[in-house]
Design a protein around this ligand. Structure first.
Ligand code: PEP
Ligand code: MN
Length: 266
């Protein structure tokens, strides 16, 4: 028996929300002080619980925009402070962790291309020893539940108690409409194995296109996920990363209304 699965059952639920599910929203990447400020001002009107933005971007090919770098952390934190919301960003190295802690970033997340590498997750976990900041662990990019659980266990063993999982879809050879296949049975199995672990769905990265997002978000809520992470940008067509999947703040607002209506109807 995996003793971690047994121990984790005693961990607590930390992800709170103003609604019946948590909402984390923000741009794929922080691109400038003005972009994060205007995006956050708009999306905060929708009753979201936390602001997201990537500062260091794991791009598939070199030569693309790879994030604004640590100078952007201050703008992210200020944008959150202005609307009274906590902020989160992706960390992939101990240096990222150090920079985030220094700037008072409230919550960290580990990306799909990092969860896949136990050395990287362990280095992040070690750099967090003694700091009980909430950490969200995206699924590894490959459809392997054990690797996802292993990443969560590495953080837990380092003393992190406020952990959640993020389901962002998997890279498979299957050709479907999605950018990354949801393979719902994997997050559902995780829920079964770790019933006290909050789990968030990230329909933006699963879908890769705006028009599919609502359906995936509704499916996640119907499965009892605890929250959603959604990408939104004031000018998505001009976004420096993930342009096709980011929602205008007005589209985000509409989506949230529909999700809340569906949730109260069930
Ligand atoms: C992101 O959230 O913008 C991102 C790069 O995520 P993932 O690790 O899911 O690809
Ligand atoms: Mn993105």
């Amino acid at each position: 028996m995996n003793t971690f699965l047994h121990q984790f059952a005693k961990s607590n639920d930390w992800l709170t929300s103003k609604n019946s599910f948590s909402l984390i929203a923000g741009p794929c990447s922080l691109e400038s002080e003005e972009q994060i400020h205007s995006t956050v001002q708009e999306i905060a009107k929708n009753g979201v619980d936390m602001i997201r933005a990537g500062i260091w971007k794991p791009r598939t090919n070199p030569g693309c925009f790879e994030g604004i770098g640590k100078g952007g952390l201050k703008w992210l934190k200020e944008a959150g402070n202005e609307v009274g919301l906590p902020v989160t960003c992706e960390v992939a190295t101990p240096e990222h962790v150090e920079a985030c802690l220094k700037e008072g970033i409230d919550t960290l997340w580990i990306g799909a291309r990092t969860t896949v590498n136990p050395f990287s997750v362990q280095a992040i976990a070690d750099s967090l020893s003694g700091v009980d900041i909430p950490v969200m662990v995206k699924n590894p990019i490959c459809p392997e539940l054990a690797l996802w659980i292993g990443g969560i266990e590495r953080l837990y063993r380092a003393g992190i108690t406020k952990i959640s999982a993020i389901h962002r879809g998997f890279s498979t050879t299957e050709k479907d409409a999605y950018r990354y296949s949801p393979v719902w049975e994997i997050p559902l199995k995780l829920k079964q194995k770790l019933p006290d672990l909050p789990i968030i769905c990230d329909p933006s990265h699963i879908c890769g296109k705006r028009n599919l997002i609502e359906n995936v978000a509704l499916t996640a809520l119907a499965y009892g996920f605890d929250g959603l992470m959604l990408e939104s940008h004031v000018n998505p067509d001009k976004a420096l990363s993930d342009a096709k999947q980011q929602l205008l703040p007005a589209q985000l607002s509409n989506l949230i209304k529909n999700l809340k209506a569906a949730k109260t109807a069930d």
